[in-house]
Design a protein around this ligand. Sequence first.
Ligand code: BGC
Length: 479
Amino acid sequence: MNRRQAIQSTAALAGSFFLPKPLAKLFLEAGFTKQDFGPNFKWGVATASYQIEGAWQEDGKSPSVWDTFAHGKKNIKTGENADVGCDFYHRYASDLELLKALNFKVFRFSLGWPRLLPQGTGKANQKGIDFYNRVIDKCLELGLEPWPTLYHWDLPQVLEDKGGWTNRDVLNWFSEYTQLVAKSYGDRVQNWMVLNEPFAFTTLGYMVGWHAPGKKGLRNYLPAVHHTALVQAESGRILRSELPKTANLGTTFSCSFLEPKFNAEKHVRAAKRMDALLNRLFVEPLVGMGYPTDTLPFLRKIEEKYAQPGDMERMKFDYDFIGIQNYFRVIGKRSFTTPVLWANEHSAKKRHVPADQITDMGWEVTPDGIRQSLKQFAAYPGIKKIIVTENGAAFPDMVENGAVHDPLRVKFYEDYLAKVLQAKREGVPVEGYFCWSFLDNFEWAEGFRPRFGLVYVDYETKERVVKDSGKWFQEFLKD
Ligand code: BGC
């Protein structure tokens, strides 16, 4: 039996226990209710343009780096692309109605830069602007709060052709784009996020080349990091000056709490280096601490080679909130050559982690990690409010008689939410929680195989089936 089958059979077995239980009883077992999080706590789901929209060349949209990358040979493990995907572009109205029926109040989505500005800058595409007008208006009609992210990784390919994030001109490009979205949607949108996980898109896209645009090496990485850190602050400043009255502004960070594998000095130091890279790299310049060069001396090169006078000051901005996105904690260990990240399936198996605690991404389920990460980020100076803007898990779901029983995902959410609540009780100003994700969707270089949704998507027929985890939230969030 391979891992997938093992998880499936565990899931099926657990499913047979899960089904007959009244959902209300499960909440009692979970040990908390929605009220415990407080009346103003924001409950939402998160999505991203390239992962759900499809319509990749409709109504004037130009290709993004992800269109190019997914069409390239062997970049996506399954050979798929998101040309059509979930087809949210055409199904947004019924999808949002479904979201409303699940009792969520917040819809997090991202704006597709190449839909709005097909040339990256210059002439705006009215049809693209109108698409998000329809999404926003539909949210408002249903009583959902629209929470757009400006950038969830789909840079217009035309801008990548000029160097993308490695080109300092990206500051001007992004400023123009920010002004356009503020002007187009600022009358109705009150909550904004600027970047989605800068660490992930710079590292995966410009250092190791696993994600679009597939570039590698420090000569790409260091300028991409620096320009991203500048944009991260600059775009917030623009939104605040364009929308002084209404905006609740934030930006998001990936995070993974680091633990050394052994207590010996060299492993502790290795874990610290990994922590600096994974967790500190983008939040510290934002709060005015500069890059973590104390722990990662190679970052000094940024200051020597790519920074201009005044940049350290320009990287600062006081957002109204920060979003943290957490999936797993990481165990750090010093190896002979380089520090090793112990977060993958291989390491989990070696540590005899049971199969039902390893997700379909190979990530170990580690609920206390989210509490630790919340505390770590809350400790920075000037952090006013935190929202968990993504958290969730992929498991190999199946439709059986029109239902999807996903007890492992239900358990995942119960356990992580319990830890978010604990962090809140311990004083972290955490004021919202968004599930990743609403729909199953295109999981970047992994293709459609890992399913993260509360709602199952049949990619052939585009049919949506609410999973048991979706029903769990529906019940949990009931007024
Ligand atoms: C990203 C999502 C992604 C999720 C699961 C986050 O890093 O923001 O786009 O699908 O993790 O891998």
